[in-house]
Design a protein around this ligand. Structure first.
Ligand code: UDP
Length: 367
């Protein structure tokens, strides 16, 4: 039984890495194929987890058009399938790379395993692109590995057979364990040193990230304006690793560059982001992965989205949905900076750090 693992962006790489480590540990035959839908951000993760892809499509283009990306990746994955003849393709999450990887396998009648299956916003009006991708992948997947009980229920409600759904937990918690262990063992990094010099020890820290297409334009502008006022009214400082997409870079730099107590930095590597998460007081983000990591580090996250496919964190009191509305972000930010929620006894609803082990156990048993 031979596996082809196919992914293209930073979050997919982070969530696939523990699975790749586990397959290696158990001596399973597999090949890794990256589309490189992200380039630099993907490579940082591959380096940290010491993963060398067998195939690299180098697909990233300036002003990436999703149809151009899709047709290129489809052709390239198909050639790899032709050469390697895998029995199953493993994809992760909801990107174009994940959908096209699964679609290529489907067309070749090769089994598909979907990691982090069953997330849903149920947003019919704006399913673009993640909700659309994940629903499309579910239609053609054979093995659905879900991160939470709710995601299993979501799939059953779409008439997916119960016996094809496997509750594994989210592999991001496994990856976080790997990163925290490396950091605790004195992982030396010049970026951390530079940030230590930049960050003021006498001020609280608001960690900010943002990248979603749904917030491009007015949404990002409002988040930036909220940050300006939040910093002024709370006396806290912002650390903002700015995503490389020009639609994020443009407004963020225009509104926030040169403002005092707002540190705009290049996207940081994964262990540095985890170091920042451990150090900060609150997080403001539209990131899915950060919402899943935050509970393990006991940090509250203001989610700058009006819908989420990750309501488990909201229910457990870790995530707070504000949309991109300036007033709501400021109000929630001030409240959380003043009174940090008490998370004692609350565990991470997304996983326990053993998801990869479970996924591999299931694959080995079922094949
Ligand atoms: N992350 C990172 N560097 C950053 C920002 C985020 O390594 O500057 C990590 C973060 O810890 C999480 C993942 O990237 O594991 C989330 O990726 P992103 O927010 O880009 O995508 P999403 O999770 O929303 O799909």
């Amino acid at each position: 039984m031979k596996f082809l693992i196919c992914f293209g962006t930073r979050p997919e790489a982070i969530k696939m890495a523990p699975l790749i480590h586990e397959m290696k540990r158990r001596g399973m035959p597999f090949k890794v194929c990256v589309t490189a839908q992200h380039r630099e951000m993907l490579d940082q993760v591959l380096d940290f987890f010491e993963i060398t892809p067998d195939y690299d499509f180098n697909a990233m283009q300036p002003g990436q058009q999703l149809n151009v990306l899709s047709s290129y990746v489809l052709k390239e994955v198909d050639a790899v399938i032709e050469k390697e003849k895998p029995d199953m393709i493993l994809v992760q999450g909801d990107t174009t790379s994940a959908f096209i990887g699964s679609f290529a396998a489907f067309n070749r009648q090769i089994k598909v395993g979907h990691i982090e299956a069953g997330l849903r916003t149920f947003d019919k009006k704006h399913p673009f692109p993640e909700e659309g991708n994940r629903q499309l992948i579910s239609r053609i997947t054979d093995f659905h590995f879900t991160p939470t009980p709710q995601s299993s229920v979501n799939l059953q409600q779409e008439n997916i057979q119960k016996e094809d759904i496997y509750l594994s937990g989210n592999t991001i918690v496994d990856a976080l364990g790997y990163a925290v262990t490396k950091l605790n063992n004195g992982f030396a990094n010049t970026e951390i040193k530079r940030l230590e010099d930049l960050i003021r020890a006498d001020k609280k820290i608001i960690l900010v990230t943002g990248h979603r297409r749904e917030s491009f334009g007015q949404g990002i502008r409002e988040v930036c304006e909220a940050l300006l006022e939040l910093v002024e009214r709370s006396g806290a400082q912002v650390v903002f690793p700015v995503h490389l997409n020009p639609k994020v870079q443009g407004p963020v730099k225009e509104i926030l560059a040169g403002q005092s107590d707002i540190h705009l930095v290049h996207p940081v590597t994964y262990p540095v982001l985890i170091w920042l998460m451990k150090k900060c007081d609150i997080i403001i983000s539209d990131s899915g992965g950060i919402q899943e990591e935050a509970p393990s580090l006991n940090k509250p996250v203001i989610v700058t989205r009006s819908v989420s496919e990750r309501m488990e964190g909201v229910e457990a009191g870790f995530s707070f949905l504000t949309g991109t509305m300036k007033e709501r972000i400021i109000e929630k930010g001030l409240e959380l900076l003043k009174n940090k929620p008490d998370y004692s006894g609350v565990s991470n609803p997304y996983g326990d750090g053993r998801a990869s082990e479970r996924i591999i156990d299931i694959l080995l048993k079922s094949l």
